[in-house]
Design a protein around this ligand. Sequence first.
Ligand SMILES: [Zn+2]
Length: 160
Amino acid sequence: MPRSPGKLHTPRQRRYEDTRPNAAARGYGNEWRRVSNAFVLAYPFCLLCLCRGRVNEGARQSPSTRGRSLQVDHITPHNGDAALICDQTNLQTLCATPCHAVEKRRIENTTHDVRGSWFAYLASELIRTQSIDHLRSHAHGVPPGLLEAVADRGGVDLWE
Ligand SMILES: [Zn+2]
């Protein structure tokens, strides 16, 4: 005789199971903490600030947002996609505020092509503030793929 699910779970428990995040999403907390801590140690510069000729300017002016002045941002918002969450090529360091909380969020809220629009914005800031030398001199603290993406968008050669 088939077992009735009702005998195993009350309706309240079934609802809980239905809404409970899957295993990958539940593991996100610890794994993400490990990945983001290592990332910010390897890449300790806000990319937006570097493109403006500054170093972590937002973080210095607002030293703590929930205990962190720098944040590891998902360039393309992950929306729960486990593959995107810890994909190193999708990560960048930003000042928690305003670079992440205000400027990056504004782009996320106004376009579907977040990645393309974000690099276009970085490139325009790089050129507006004439900060190519500054970016180049901090290149050791920026994921290589991101430098190239900014340079491509701005039509500049960082290594000329
Ligand atoms: Zn910044």
